[in-house]
Design a protein around this ligand. Structure first.
Ligand code: ATP
Ligand code: MG
Length: 1005
């Protein structure tokens, strides 16, 4: 198997010739680099030297290296070079907290005049030569043509693998595509398996990009499995995961395999209850968290991060540890922790501390235990990070969000489970995710080695864990798509045609095109093979292709028919079972329960759900035809043909969806009480007699069973069960009308009459023809994929522009005033926000009312469908929100008409909280009234709302009186003055909400 590093080496060879070195790379003696290296008290790694060298030689650089390997150094070198050259450097990160951290680092190295910070929350010295910012801020600057861009020499894109993020990833591509050519890009990425591909694209759009891939973990990683109280090595090899994928370990620890075998054995063989006095082996109980932490502590493996994929799970884990009396700190450490926590919480209003759970949080911290997840107040999370980095907090229970971006390495990473709930199902952890999570293990300069510990789960397959631990496939895939906001900005900036070309240079299109190259090659090959097959199947008697086509249709119809038969039989069997009544004597036609039986309890009822062409049922399992021999009704009016019990098409299994519940409970001739299933009835159940079941009958009583079986036998002995009552053969129940009258007979006739039918070489030709047709089908499918991929981005862009033109945001190459407003709205619901503005839906509201209404666009519940109707303030809000939802509905229809689907439905779930908070309610009240909101969610949601309100406050004034029906709107190019006050109201709402826990943001100096 080739590793990403191998592929990269091959790529370098192609790029730079067989020497594998960049001829442009300067000697290491480079002055600038030497002075830069002097700033550090460690020696640079090879990859750092190589990357800095490439930068010094004037090239951009993509660095893909594991977590914690020291990529920051390269970004810092860009800062250093920019300052040395009298140019500017922007250092971008995906997360505000990371920006804050980076800003603080750089201010420490330089000074606060040289370094600025621009995030949604902070705006400090934005004109400084070095500015740390979130990537979105830079994108917005590019579109607005900000003056701050002049003199820009370097842009660092830290955590550039965010490009794959579904909701935000496009921003990275926009930045990479739109940055002026003179800017050198420093892209820092986690290890990705397609770094070579990503590098090639960067080289194509930016020109002169060196690609440096390093797979060496700075601190080697040992993999373990904790089963019971015992820590097993995952691999028997002595070499930890140090090098490239799979290197150093191939053999799974046989002891661990034995644990798995034992578990399976106990599962199958062990008696359900332990025998008296005897000891029986037990399976490993699920790990008790305080025990796990104690176990790690005893082995010197703390500090550890335990990944639990649920917020509630993390909180519960802390609580369990507290209840268990776990303490990981000395009294002095506890004191030091308390001081840090108190200092950092000093900005939080004291009256809010209770509702934030400050007391319990602090108690955990003092013991060295904490949770870390997005439901927590950001300030609390930061304290946890700080204390963990200081080695004071030693056990953190975190959701996987911790694995993204935050620099919080540990000695050990514990993974509780290898699957996680993704909102819809339990999905297995991928190798990429496993690598990312365990990447936190092993602190550079502190730990000699890092440890990954997977907790034993019943039914765990050590081989599968080993697979996760030794493959590193984490491909970086583009998530780019044009948005409405992007379309107006791009059109305004470059004109429609050039915008389209620019989009063609996205990584998304690059990846699609690469796929196309392979697909086109396949089409060519297939076509060639088809030509050869066509020759081989030539028949001198006639057109063999035509003959083969007839054969294919026939066999397809026959296949349909036999599926329909099988399905129909199941429906019939289920139907007959659903119609049984207590006391019915039936003949069980086959299987282990073959013979006579009396029904004790009916089973299976017809489910109400009607299927297309499905059977009739009155909902209680009884149909008009009591005998159980009735055909399912015909669900298609006006169609005289018998239906096949809803299965005429052979799709699905109506027997399973149409009838629900357990099968009937019967007493067999052998006096056993059994539950029957549809599978026991290849033909419908046949009632051969009836007896009365005494009210006192108890299936548990052997005496009762014997008596009832005797009654059954007596009853049958007196009846004539001869020929008239023979079991019905399955064939009697097959819908055979098609065979006689339908297409099948016709097809058979045509086949026999075809000239090729009598060819002595017929079967030979047919074999070739079959292969030909299979290949033709395959090739058509591939061609459809090719057609779908070429210019896929530009075609979407065209559709987006069509919608915008229709609504009057664009008029050809001209961005209308409405369009210019849309260009300042960077929310996911950009077009809806613009339309609300244009229609004046937010005019005349109070600040709190505006906050409530705008929250419908900025907020998105974690649960997709909230059953509770949202609580809304009285007054104008419900009306405005109704209009908002109606507007969304119209836009949604317009999108559908244009084959787009970008705009999610507005979410009213935060309106009440936003309103109350903006009206000055206490945090405790707001959280009490919205029980689903955690403090972390609340703060984040308010901040997102503030962001959007800020954009609304900053857009140019709106045009008056918009058309009510979007489909009828004409390009609105008028620019009458805005209804006064919306901007002022938005600002007032922001001021009202930026208080208390929301106002507090990370310390930035
Ligand atoms: N050559 C080196 N020798 C020793 N320590 C180093 C070296 N380079 C960097 N470090 C240290 O390693 C730690 C991790 O570095 P850094 O944060 O740059 O990693 P990273 O590659 O950016 O990781 P992430 O993917 O998590 O962002 C830092 O404390 C840094 O000072
Ligand atoms: Mg980093």
């Amino acid at each position: 198997m080739t590793t990403p590093a191998d592929r990269y080496a091959a790529f370098r060879e192609r790029q730079y010739g067989s020497g594998g070195t960049n001829p442009k790379a300067p000697r290491e003696a480079d002055q600038e680099l030497a002075s830069f290296r002097a700033l550090y008290d460690f020696d640079f790694d090879d990859f750092q030297v190589a990357a800095c060298g490439a930068l010094g030689a004037g090239s951009g650089v993509l660095v893909a290296a594991p977590t914690g390997s020291g990529k920051t150094v390269i970004g810092e070198y860009a800062v250093h070079l920019a300052l040395a050259q009298g140019r500017k450097c922007f250092y971008t990160t995906p997360i505000k907290a990371l920006s804050n951290q980076k800003y603080a680092d750089l201010v420490r190295r330089y000074d606060s005049r040289t370094v600025g910070l621009l995030t949604g929350d902070n705006s400090i010295n934005g004109d400084a030569p070095v500015v740390v910012m979130t990537t979105e801020v830079l994108r917005n600057m590019l579109y607005t043509g900000s003056a701050a861009l002049s003199g820009l020499g370097y842009v660092v894109l830290d955590e550039v693998h965010y490009l794959a993020d579904r909701s935000r990833g496009a921003v990275w591509e926009e930045v990479i595509i739109h940055l002026p050519e003179s800017v050198r890009v420093v892209a820092l990425s986690a290890t990705v398996s397609n770094a070579e591909e990503f590098g090639e694209w960067l080289d194509q759009v930016r020109g002169g990009m060196a690609v440096i891939v390093d797979e060496q973990r700075p601190v080697p990683l040992w993999q373990h499995v904790l089963a019971g109280n015992r820590l097993y090595d995952l691999f028997t090899d002595t070499v930890p995961t140090a090098g490239s994928a799979g290197e150093g370990h191939t053999r799974v620890n046989p002891e661990l395999l034995r644990v798995a075998q034992r578990d399976t054995w106990i599962e199958r063989k062990a008696p359900p209850r332990p025998g008296r006095g005897g000891r029986r082996p037990r399976r490993f109980a699920p790990a008790y968290r305080p025990d796990v932490i104690s176990r790690l502590d005893a082995s010197g493996l703390l500090p550890a991060i335990t990944f639990i994929f649920s917020r509630a799970g993390c909180d519960a884990a802390v609580e369990q540890c507290l209840v268990a009396g776990l303490r990981l700190t000395t009294p002095e450490e506890a004191e030091a922790i308390q001081q840090v926590a108190e200092r950092r919480a000093a900005d939080i209003p004291p009256e809010d501390l209770t509702v934030l759970g400050y007391g319990e949080w602090l108690e955990g911290l003092r013991r060295g235990i904490a949770a870390h997840h997005a439901g927590m107040l950001p300030a609390f999370k930061e304290v946890v990070e700080e204390l963990f980095a200081a080695g004071l907090v030693r056990a953190v229970f975190a959701t996987e969000t911790l694995a993204l971006g935050i620099n919080m390495p540990a000695r050990t990473v514990v993974i509780e489970k290898l699957d996680k709930w993704n909102g819809e199902t339990h999905a297995n952890l991928t190798a990429g995710e496993y690598t990312q999570l365990t990447g936190r293990a092993g602190r550079r300069g502190i730990d000699v080695e890092g440890h990954a510990v997977v907790l034993w789960q019943p039914d765990m397959d050590p081989g599968a864990v080993a697979g996760l631990a030794s493959t590193r496939t984490y491909p970086l895939n583009s998530s780019f798509r044009p948005s409405y906001n992007m379309a107006v900005n791009l059109t305004g900036w470059a004109g429609r045609a050039r915008a389209s070309t620019l989009l063609e240079s996205s990584f998304a299109q690059f990846q699609a095109d690469r796929g196309v190259v392979g697909l086109t090659r396949q089409v060519r090959k297939n076509r060639q093979a088809m030509a050869e097959l066509a020759t081989a199947m030539t028949c001198d008697k006639g057109d063999f292709a035509e003959y083969a086509e007839l054969r294919r249709s026939l066999s397809e119809r026959e296949g349909d028919l036999s599926r329909a038969r099988a399905s129909s039989r199941r429906v019939e069997a289920a139907r007959s079972l659903s119609q049984l009544r207590p006391g019915d004597i039936i003949r069980v036609p086959g299987g282990r329960r073959a013979g006579l039986a009396v029904v004790l309890q009916p089973g299976l009822h017809a489910a109400r759900k009607a299927l297309p062409g499905g059977a009739r049922g009155d909902g209680n399992g009884r149909s008009a035809d009591r005998t159980g021999h009735g055909r399912p009704g015909d669900g298609r009016p006006g169609d005289g043909r018998p239906s096949h019990g809803g299965a005429a098409s052979g799709r699905g299994d109506p027997a399973l969806t149409e009838f629900a519940g357990p099968g009937p409970l019967v007493l067999t001739e052998g006096r056993q009480v059994k539950r029957l299933a549809v599978a026991d009835f290849p033909v419908p159940a046949e009632v051969v007699g009836k007896i009365r079941i005494p009210g006192s009958f108890s299936p548990r009583s052997p005496q009762h069973r014997r008596d009832l079986a005797a009654t059954m036998r007596n009853r049958l002995a007196s009846a004539d069960l001869g020929g008239a009552r023979r079991p019905v053969r399955a064939a009697d129940w097959t819908p055979d009308a098609d065979v006689k009258t339908g297409d099948i007979a016709d097809l058979r006739r045509r086949l026999r009459r075809h000239p090729c039918h009598d060819c002595p070489d017929r079967e030979n030709h047919a074999r070739y023809a079959e292969r030909y047709m299979r290949l033709a089908r395959e090739t058509e499918a591939v061609e459809r994929r090719v057609a779908g991929r070429s210019h896929v981005i530009a075609r979407t862009f065209d559709r987006v522009c069509r919608v915008l033109e229709r609504l009057g945001y664009l008029a050809g190459d001209v961005v209308t005033p409405d369009g210019q407003r849309l260009g300042r709205l960077y929310t996911e619901l950009d077009l809806l926000a613009a339309e609300c503005l244009r229609r004046g839906l937010w005019d005349g509201l109070s600040p709190a009312e505006l906050a409530a209404c705008v929250s419908a666009l900025s907020f998105e519940s974690r649960q997709a469908d909230d059953a509770q109707p949202p609580r809304l303030p009285k007054g104008r809000v419900p009306e405005a929100l109704t209009a908002t939802v109606r507007t969304w509905g119209e836009l949604d229809q317009l999108e559908k008409d244009n084959d787009l689907s970008f705009l999610r439905e507005p979410d009213l779930g935060f309106a009440w909280a936003a309103y109350r908070w903006a009206r000055g309610a206490r945090l405790e009240t707001v959280l009490d009234e919205s029980p689903d909101l955690t403090p972390g969610d609340f703060v984040r949601s308010v901040k997102q709302l503030i962001d959007l309100l800020d954009q609304i406050a900053s857009v140019p004034p709106t045009t008056p009186a918009p058309p009510a029906d979007v489909t009828a709107s004409a390009p609105g190019t008028s620019a009458a003055p805005a209804p006064p006050g919306l901007a002022a109201t938005a600002r007032a709402a922001i001021d009202a909400m930026r208080r208390g826990v929301v106002a507090y943001s990370a310390v930035t100096d």
